[in-house]
Design a protein around this ligand. Structure first.
Ligand code: BEZ
Length: 212
């Protein structure tokens, strides 16, 4: 098991899921991916997270992001659990959940942190770019459900900064001012960003979101 860091190639795998056997790279095609782990089936926080993820699927699709979840229980268990999620969260789980009984994918992505729990996965999130490189890693404890608005916000930032020479400030959301990349001199920035550049400090230059 190797440590995965930002910029690394996301390991590929073929796994049994709630939607049959899937190869991760084939599933992602040329788009973005989000892989997130859940400690176990039939647990309360996970139930709310998967229901929320299902409700957010349209927002992820707009951004060309495919979701794949993981839990260390088997496919038959997932099938029963999905019925509960659909019923209690008033949704339809419409993305695959890996049945990682042998911990193959959990180990590959280092999702089990033995000092937290020997067998259950923590709540890991990996965002993977079209180049199959890892763009973001988040690790939450089992007791804290994730914020899916934050995942969308990060994807908006990743997709913006992949195509424009900008970075996004604290609490940024799509449409708000962005920061000019430190590597660009202000004179050059004024040519690049037609909507204008505000120099707050020589190292802190703001410009309107170029995509808004
Ligand atoms: C949950 O998903 O509710 C959960 C799972 C493991 C530990 C604590 C909470």
């Amino acid at each position: 098991m190797a440590t995965i860091r930002l910029g690394d190639i996301a390991p590929d795998f073929t796994a049994e899921t709630s939607q049959g056997t899937l190869n991760f790279y084939d599933y992602l095609e040329d788009g973005w991916g989000i892989l997130f782990s859940h400690p176990a089936d039939f647990t309360p926080v996970c139930t709310t997270e998967l229901g929320t993820a299902a409700k957010f699927k349209g927002e992820f699709e707009k951004r060309n992001v495919k979701m794949m979840a993981l839990s260390v229980d088997g496919a038959a268990s997932h099938e029963e659990w999905i019925k509960d999620i659909n019923e209690t969260q008033n949704t339809v789980v419409n993305f695959p959940i890996i049945a990682d009984e042998d911990r193959k994918v959990s180990d590959l992505y280092d999702m089990i942190h033995p000092n937290a729990d020997d067998t259950l996965t923590v709540r890991s999130v990996f965002i993977i770019g079209p180049d199959k490189k890892v763009k973001l890693i988040l690790t939450y404890p089992a007791s804290t459900g994730r914020n899916f608005y934050e995942l969308l916000r990060v994807i908006d930032s990743l997709q913006l900064t992949a195509h424009h020479k900008v970075a996004t400030p604290a609490n940024w959301e799509h449409g708000e001012k962005v920061v000019v990349s430190p590597s660009i001199p202000t004179d050059e920035a004024k040519n690049i960003f037609s909507k204008g550049v505000e120099e707050v400090k020589p190292y802190l230059r703001l410009t309107p979101d170029p995509t808004a």
